[in-house]
Design a protein around this ligand. Structure first.
Ligand code: SAM
Length: 217
């Protein structure tokens, strides 16, 4: 997998504190379209994934809020942050006392963003790793999956993996803003948050996404 230099992430982003998780500082896209074009140039090809990693998604914000407010769930545990993106949830897990975090993402830009955001927040113990869905779940006590059910293909891969992690004894939490692919009737709701836009518009009212933290039974 391509290794993206940290300078690339820093050059195309600016720091924000997500509204629901002001304890964490994150580098987000300064200009999404310009960033996406720069990613294609960096990779030397077109049709890369959008810069999912350069935003704080509502599911990730809700999960991060939940673990910061419930450190007893996290303290001393090894954690998998599945679909880590920016690393927001990983940083929150370390802040809540996790022993170590594996931050898994398929996007090489995300893996670098995780490391850069971990450093920005002074959090040690986060290890960026690639795709783990093809393997059995790693040896962790807690799996955190923020906004991973954004399309059917991803959901079809993620749900069996999460079920296997749960069957292996891990606590599994999902942060999700009501996406249609998530089978909510098979999950337990732990908390609901109204997550404001990370980037409020100066001319439009701030929109919020009602977002739930779910636990696999
Ligand atoms: C909507 S973003 C959510 C990012 C972050 N969890 C948050 O809430 O801000 C979904 C992330 O899942 C990642 N992803 C897609 N397929 C994946 C896979 N097989 N394993 C791990 N991550 C994956 C994408 O690259 C993207 O960064």
């Amino acid at each position: 997998m391509l290794t993206v230099p940290p300078e690339f992430v820093r050059a195309h982003t600016r720091p924000v504190r997500p509204a629901l998780v002001p304890e964490v500082e994150l580098l987000v896209a300064a200009d999404v379209v310009a960033l996406w074009e720069a990613m294609e140039t960096e990779l030397g090809r077109t049709s890369t994934d959008p810069p999912f990693w350069a935003a704080a998604w509502p599911g990730g914000q809700a999960l991060a809020r939940y673990v910061l407010d419930h450190p007893e769930l996290v303290a001393g545990r090894r954690v998998l942050d599945l679909g880590a993106g920016s690393g927001l949830v990983s940083v929150a897990a370390i802040r809540a006392g996790a022993a170590a975090v594996l931050a898994s993402d398929v996007d090489p830009f995300a893996l670098t963003a995780v490391a850069v955001n971990a450093e920005l927040n002074g959090t040690a113990g986060i290890t960026p790793v690639g795709d783990v869905l093809g393997d059995g779940p790693p040896d962790v006590g807690l799996v955190l999956a923020g906004d991973v059910c954004y399309d059917r293909e991803m959901t079809d891969r993620v749900l069996p993996f999460l079920a296997a992690a749960r069957a292996g004894g891990a606590v599994v939490l999902i942060g999700d803003p009501g996406r249609i692919y998530l089978p909510e009737d098979r999950l337990i709701a732990l908390a609901v948050y109204d997550v404001p836009d990370t980037e409020p518009s100066p001319t439009q009212p701030t929109s919020v996404r009602r977002t739930t933290v779910w636990r696999l039974p």
